[in-house]
Design a protein around this ligand. Structure first.
Ligand code: NAG
Ligand code: NAG
Ligand code: NAG
Ligand code: NAG
Ligand code: NAG
Ligand code: NAG
Length: 331
């Protein structure tokens, strides 16, 4: 995609954090892996962009031999965007249409429920539609609670919420931090988003914090939001700016963010005080990283999983097949 030629230069110095990178699963070239989510027992869900019908895979990252299974394909769409767990072992999966020729999400989108409680095979997984978004082009998604999901509409440049009981959706944040810029080749504003719950206080007593990236601005922001409505109840804070073409992110309990930088072929760690550090070391180049998620089991504590599209070139081809890698941050 020509659009990827356009990016803002990073402004931070070359500090880097040693990390070991292992390939968990590599797909044939071309395959754009757009998102990765971790489940409670360690399996990973990975969504593919730009292939009809849209595919969701499940991968066992602990197995030596390849253990990748095509879990489900989704009608009416060619791409899986965000994936988030909104009830124990039940994931909301955003599916829509993406055109790499225009770097555009087109038309509308659907959010599906992917229920793993009865199993993780093609036949045992239960899939049903949660919401049809007629005028939204969904990208990132994060569960606020079991009824409410927040998502970015990168092309409209805003963050919306959807009630999965009614399917109704509305804008909760649209300002300079979420804005897109239609005069640029890659007109995406708010992109990845994650919610940090206040685990350290008794539940119900504090507001969650919403973290989001803006591709257009190359910026990372956070804002406190009401736990029921998802509406901001504080100021939007900019944690970092000008970090380049950025995509989805992961956030740890202490507010440290790991952010995928598609064009720089790396992942950066951004601390709550705004310090930006590049993950470095042998094999740390990840061609076209798109999303990151932390391992959730004892076995993969300190492991960051990264999905990647394979490094798209100016002529639209890719340097390699997209993949999911495991980055050991404790190395
Ligand atoms: C880097 O990748 C090569 C080839 O896959 C592998 O042999 C080597 O062990 C890797 N290095 C580290 C530090 O993981
Ligand atoms: C998680 O559980 C499912 C079935 O409940 C199983 O198919 C899958 O292999 C498990 N994943 C791991 C990493 O053990
Ligand atoms: C996986 O590979 C490691 C290191 O090569 C080996 O020690 C282990 O036994 C293997 N596990 C399985 C299940 O094959
Ligand atoms: C993206 O699609 C929207 C409508 O879906 C259109 O208005 C906009 O011009 C498109 N942008 C580009 C860069 O193609
Ligand atoms: C995606 O595009 C296909 C083919 O044009 C169309 O049939 C489908 O309805 C579109 N899906 C959505 C969610 O807009
Ligand atoms: C949008 O992008 C154009 C082209 O790069 C630039 O000239 C303009 O200043 C940008 N607008 C904003 C609000 O950043």
């Amino acid at each position: 995609m020509r659009a990827f030629e356009y990016f803002l230069a990073a402004t931070f110095s070359g500090i880097s954090l040693a990390a070991n990178v292992r390939i968990v699963q590599q797909f044939p070239n071309p395959t754009w892996v757009e998102n990765v989510a971790s489940t409670r027992n360690g399996s990973l869900l990975a969504g593919i962009l730009g292939q009809t019908p849209a595919q969701l895979h499940i991968i066992n990252p602990f197995s030596n031999a390849t253990q990748d299974t095509l879990l489900h394909t989704f009608a009416y769409s060619n791409s899986i965007f965000g994936i988030t767990e909104y009830e124990t072992d039940v994931f909301a999966v955003a599916a829509g249409n993406f055109s790499s020729a225009t770097a555009n999400g087109t038309g509308d989108a659907n959010i599906w429920s992917v229920d793993l409680r009865c199993g993780t095979t093609k036949d045992s997984v239960e899939v049903r539609k949660l919401a049809y978004l007629q005028d939204a082009q969904i990208n990132g998604i994060a569960a606020l609670n079991s009824d409410t999901l927040l998502f970015t509409d990168s092309w409209a440049g805003n963050i919306r919420k959807v009630d999965v009981r009614t399917g109704k959706y509305e804008v909760v944040l649209q300002d300079a931090s979420t804005a897109n810029n239609l005069s640029t080749p890659l007109p995406l504003g708010a992109n990845g988003l994650k919610i940090l719950r206040p685990n350290s206080v008794p539940s119900g007593n504090a507001s969650p914090t919403l973290y989001f990236s803006n591709l257009q601005l190359g910026s990372l922001h956070k804002v406190s939001v009401d736990q029921h409505t998802g509406r901001p109840n504080g100021q939007v804070v900019t944690l970092a700016g000008n970090v380049g073409v950025i995509d989805d992110l992961a956030v740890t309990d202490d507010g440290t963010v790991f952010l995928a930088r598609d064009a720089a072929n790396d992942v950066v760690r951004i601390s709550d005080d705004g310090e930006v550090v590049t993950l470095g070391g042998e094999n740390s180049t990840i061609l076209g990283p798109t999303a990151v998620v932390l391992g959730r089991t004892y076995k993969d504590r300190g492991v960051l999983y990264v999905s990647a599209m394979g490094g798209q070139q100016a002529d639209g081809t890719y340097l390699e097949g997209g993949k999911v890698v495991a980055v050991d941050l404790t190395a």
